[in-house]
Design a protein around this ligand. Structure first.
Ligand code: MSS
Length: 381
């Protein structure tokens, strides 16, 4: 049998503890242990999801490309190009966001959908620095045509890479302070995470955050490309207020732009990061800790822990230290006698959005947007 390469062999600078889901295109999963070990996810520990690798960029070093251009076109009065140097001279904004693959948690769906078998590690929290699209359009004196409803983004195809094209509603972009990011965690943007320039839209799933951005087009409709449909979509009934249309587990769905929606805004979710699954911890005082997050459109108000299978829930203490698009760290202090336990966590936001007890209610053919309540078994000694 062939030996699987380790994460640091696949991407220079990555922690070898990341799990290689695919060496090519690169897909690396982080772990609960690594996510719980730092407040901001370092570039070494951040997951990687490439649909398409750009040759030579599998490193956490910066991607220095003088003269890199991003082209703006479509439904605007003055099409223009902007270079990375020009972007770095415009006013910069920092925002901390949760970056999560919409396929995170896929392997918990039953039956298991095809695609990368993510467990919990397709997520991290990072601080971006860059130029807001709003700031850029103002600086350029550019106005949108009222018919423009979507931003259609294209990654560079340098080195003969296949195109990666995604569309997002302009309203989402405006609301989520979309930016052209040049930096991450106080450093130049690592090559593998999209350097020199990446489009970042806080509160959206990873798929919207196009790396190595080369072209931004304002369009009247969504791209009809493969990455927009059938990929990265969940079933919905147009005009019906349900986040994901439940479909028969195991069934097929004929995705169209009308009967499905793109993985736009991240849904509400929460993880237990300590104790780790299967851990043995000293009693009686045990602090159960973790993170929760949503799309930032409404604050998270309650995070609750249950130790009896969801019969009763106790409110955890919430820290609000990373802004509305970041992780809400939480702690639930417990007094526990020696024995076996299973902890569950659920978050609820100000508009009542919460997580299903059985995440499989959202079963969808491609396994997106899992946010079922997490359960962690541990032992108190
Ligand atoms: N971009 C590009 N250019 N390409 C690709 O492939 N992918 C996506 C994003 N962007 C891509 C892009 C996805 S899908 C995700 S998640 C993200 O990215 C990730 O990130 P990182 O940095 O971590 O790698 Mo799922 O929803």
């Amino acid at each position: 049998a062939q030996q699987q390469p380790t994460a640091d062999q696949v991407v220079r600078g990555k922690n070898p503890k990341l799990v290689v889901l695919s060496p090519r295109p690169v897909v690396l999963e982080s772990t609960l242990e690594l996510l719980g070990s730092e407040r901001i996810t370092s570039k070494a520990n951040l997951f990687v999801r490439n649909n398409i690798d750009l040759p030579g960029l599998n490193t956490t070093e910066p991607n220095v490309q003088p003269g890199w251009e991003v082209e703006f076109s479509g439904l605007i009065d003055k099409p223009f190009k902007v270079t990375v140097e020009e972007l770095s001279r415009l006013p910069q904004t920092e925002v901390t966001t949760v970056l999560q693959c919409s396929g995170n948690g896929r392997s918990f769906f039953n039956p298991r959908p095809s695609g990368n078998p993510w467990t919990y590690g397709g997520v991290g929290q990072v601080t971006w620095r860059g130029v807001l699209l709003k700031t850029l359009l103002e600086a350029k004196g550019v106005n949108l045509d009222p018919k423009a409803r979507f931003i259609t983004m294209n990654a560079s195809t340098q080195g003969g890479a296949a195109p990666y094209e995604k569309s997002f509603p302009i309203s989402v972009m405006e609301y989520s302070s979309a930016m052209l990011a040049l930096g991450m965690n106080g450093e130049p943007l690592p090559a593998v995470h999209g350097g020199p320039v990446r489009l970042v839209a806080a509160g959206t799933f990873g798929t919207a955050n196009v790396k190595w951005i080369a072209k931004v087009e304002f369009t009247a409709s969504e791209s009809s490309g493969n990455e927009q449909v059938p990929r990265y979509r969940v079933p919905v009934l147009p005009g019906v207020n349900i986040p994901i249309l439940p479909t028969q587990p195991g069934s097929r769905y004929n995705y169209t732009l009308e009967n499905s929606r793109s993985n736009w805004m991240a849904n509400i979710n929460s993880f237990i990061l300590s104790p780790l699954p299967g851990a043995s911890v000293r009693g009686r005082r045990v602090d159960i800790r973790g993170v929760a997050w949503n799309d930032g459109l409404a604050p998270i108000e309650t995070i609750e822990v249950s130790l009896n299978g969801g019969t009763t829930w106790r409110k955890a203490l919430i820290e609000r230290d990373n802004g509305k698009y970041g992780w809400y760290h939480w702690v639930s202090p417990q007094l526990l006698a020696p024995g076996e336990y299973e902890a569950m966590v659920r978050a609820t936001d100000a508009v009542g959005r919460t997580q299903p007890l059985n995440g499989n209610v959202w079963w969808n053919e491609r396994g997106y947007e899992w946010n079922g309540i997490m359960r962690v078994k541990f032992t108190v000694t």
